[in-house]
Ligand binder design. Structure first.
Ligand code: UDX
Length: 433
């Protein structure tokens, strides 16, 4: 089938390449000329395992091309909207200007029978408004949220846990068309639900709100564990054995970041307020606060371990990306903590296996190491803030030989405390000792 994907950021670029890999003829469209040129040359503008190969292969096979011209969507029958919905400047709500611009650009090229598919995360009510706007084109709108995780984007796109189609009419022909687009996942019996627009929009933000709540729950408990000498990791294992709770997303640490969870819970709470039901989601404000407080806790812990002042003290920060297997530093708690320590006068040397270039572009004043060894050399305190494999596997004996003082703050509770303590280190985790 012929598909167009409007918006070639993280979501759109991966979606376009994934759809091309299952045999569709895909055109990726974006207003950013530099991004389009880079994608067209087969180079990924971000680090994502497996994406580079997929891009090169699908372009090479002739199934995927990129353009800045929306008119090139005219031959496609299914058009995906995958543009960003960032947080509005100085406010909590979502900025829908890119969604509106994408629809405006597509409208002149839509034909009767076409399907317009919204994938971006939007405030509930947006799909109904957009459906209204495209009446007259003869195209139909489906809201089909995307649940991909960075670091697993290709696999999540090709083999999602579930597929949700929000439609105006349950008998819509668009359902069969989208089933044909997603045929490998449909044939693999992936759960597929057809809902109304509002439900489809809410499924996405509710899923993110639930995940964020789970993380903030365990982080709140980690504070009580610290106050009482309990171990939050063992506690999470024990409660996680209850299938109703589950162990995943119960890792306490410096908290959640990235381009989705933080802005999505703020936009969701703000949308509830607009709807006159702010109190229903007031707890999400607390979830956000607990999350941000984790950064304060780590900053305080580092300061306390250094005797009350960090001025001039050499701190190795291991990890800048908001999570491993990503070079994304958007709303990254790790980068935030590095910047705070730097702001307090510490001599911070930061290292990340993939995210140094991204961090340096926005914060050139921070000192970055090219290797893990360089970051450790002479450090008076080491802080692991992103649980990259390389850091989890770090040998405490080798590390001890590089640093000036063997103190480690495990901001992700990802190290084995016993192993570090036995090898002469002072170990501090969050809600764990
Ligand atoms: C998230 C959702 O998982 C995904 O379904 C949605 O489509 C987009 O938002 P992503 O932002 O890629 O995906 O990352 P995710 O793996 O959810 O992690 C988000 C943040 O939570 C990271 O900063 C991670 O380090 C943190 N986290 C995760 C924890 O602090 N503890 C955990 O137990 C799990």
């Amino acid at each position: 089938m012929k598909l167009s994907v409007v918006g070639c950021g993280y979501l759109g670029a991966v979606h376009a390449a994934a759809m091309a890999s299952i045999g569709h003829d895909v055109v990726g469209i974006d207003v950013d000329e530099a991004k389009i040129a880079q994608l067209a040359s087969g180079r990924a503008p971000f680090f994502e395992p497996g994406f580079d190969e997929l891009l090169t292969r699908t372009i090479g096979e002739g199934n995927l091309r990129f353009t800045t011209s929306a008119a090139e969507a005219r031959d496609a029958t299914v058009h995906f909207i995958a543009v960003g919905t960032p947080q509005r400047e100085g406010e909590d709500g979502a900025d829908l200007r890119f969604v509106d611009a994408a629809i405006d650009a597509l409208i002149p090229h839509l034909k009767p029978g076409d399907v317009l598919v919204g994938k971006s995360t939007v405030p509930v009510g947006t799909a109904a408004r957009l459906a209204e706007r495209i009446t007259g084109t003869g195209a139909e709108l489906v809201w089909n949220p995307e649940f991909l995780r960075e670091g697993f984007a290709v696999a999540d796109t090709l083999s999602p846990d579930r597929i949700v189609y929000g439609v105006a009419d349950v008998d819509s022909e668009a359902v069969a068309i989208l089933d044909a687009v997603y045929h490998p996942a449909i044939e693999a019996r992936t759960p597929r639900m057809v809902t109304d627009y509002a439900t489809a929009e809410l499924v996405k933000v509710s899923a993110n709100a639930f995940l964020a709540t789970k993380i903030s729950f365990i982080n709140a408990i980690s504070e009580i564990a610290d106050a009482t000498g309990a171990d939050v990791t063992q506690l999470a294992d024990a409660i996680g054995y209850d299938a109703r709770i589950g162990r995943r997303f119960l890792n306490a640490g410096i908290g959640f970041g990235g381009g989705c969870l933080p802005k999505d819970i703020r936009a969701f709470a703000s949308r509830a307020e607009e709807l006159g039901h702010g109190r229903a989601l007031r707890f999400l404000r607390e979830v956000d606060e607990i999350n941000l407080r984790q950064r304060d806790r780590v900053a305080e812990l580092i300061t306390a371990e250094l005797g009350g002042s960090v001025v001039g003290r050499r701190i190795a920060i291991l990890g800048l990306a908001f999570k491993p297997n990503s070079d994304d530093t958007r709303d990254s708690p790790a980068l935030d903590i590095a910047l705070r320590m730097h702001g307090l006068g510490a001599n911070v040397v930061a290292y990340d296996p993939e995210a140094v270039a991204t961090a340096r572009r926005v914060h050139p004043h921070l000192t970055y190491a090219n290797t893990l060894e360089d970051a450790l050399r002479g450090a008076e305190l080491v802080s692991v803030l992103t649980e990259w494999r390389q850091f989890v596997d770090l040998d405490p004996v080798i590390a001890a030989a590089s640093v000036a003082s063997p103190t480690i703050i495990d901001g992700r509770n990802c190290l084995d405390p016993q192993r570090w303590i036995e090898n002469g280190w002072r170990y501090r985790g969050l809600g764990r000792h």
